[in-house]
Design a protein around this ligand. Structure first.
Ligand code: 5RP
Length: 217
């Protein structure tokens, strides 16, 4: 099992505020995400600005695309993203088109797992050539009391067995990470725990210390 990466999710409603957190945290994280909320607030410019601010980082455009996979993957990757997300409910044709456009630009598609999906869907995504998925506890589901449980861990393991690399997200804090010690995690994605912290760098350090303690350096 390789060491999971740490991804900063920027769900700010203002680009200036997001960029202040990036300046604080970019040296403490592996991946920077232009979050859905930021992109809906600031448009394509959010991805372009983050690429300019972080020329050497992996950048994710978390657009949760449901249609027009080719056009949107072209736009996201041409703006500077390495990876773009497509929602699991999207038709396979959208995933195929998005994947082809991302691949042509040296990038990748990540499937966002929210709500209803099946392992047959996951096998179909894998067959299109997609290799990444994001196991997600939505912020609204979290707010209404949804906890991580054994069923999540079993589903993560089954997705890994299909061949998908999994990132995990949804209200994560450093103390949650031991839960996932048996899972092959590509990246832990943290938004509010970092951006909302009194000391964001110290919280990033706590994530990294947990990752090091559990998965080694
Ligand atoms: C919401 C998202 C978030 O970017 C992701 O879940 C990380 O944010 P947080 O740690 O604040 O839950 O994709 O749809």
């Amino acid at each position: 099992m390789s060491r999971p990466l740490l991804q900063l999710a920027l769900d700010h409603t203002s680009l200036a505020a997001a960029q202040r957190d990036v300046a604080l945290l970019r040296d403490h994280v592996d991946i920077v995400e232009a979050g859905t909320i930021l992109c809906l607030s600031e448009g394509l410019n959010a991805v372009k600005a983050l690429r300019a601010q972080c020329p050497d980082k992996l950048i994710v455009a978390d657009w949760k695309v449901a249609d027009a996979g080719e056009t949107l993957a072209q736009q996201a990757l041409d703006a500077g993203a390495n990876w773009m997300t497509i929602i699991c409910a999207a038709p396979l044709a959208t995933i195929e088109k998005g994947h082809a456009a991302a691949q042509a630009r040296g990038g990748e598609i990540q499937i966002e797992l929210f709500g209803n999906w099946t392992f047959d869907d996951a096998r179909d995504w894998y067959r299109t050539g997609v290799r990444q998925a994001i196991y997600h506890r939505g912020r609204d589901a979290q707010a209404s009391g949804q906890q991580w449980g054994e069923e999540d861990l079993a589903r993560m393991k089954a997705l890994s067995d299909i061949g998908l690399e999994l990132s995990v997200t949804g209200g994560l804090t450093p103390t949650d990470l031991p839960l996932f010690k048996a899972v092959n995690v590509k990246a832990f994605i943290a938004g509010r725990a970092l951006s909302g912290a009194k000391d964001p760098q110290q919280t990033a350090g706590a994530f990294l210390a947990q990752i090091r303690d559990i998965w080694g350096s």
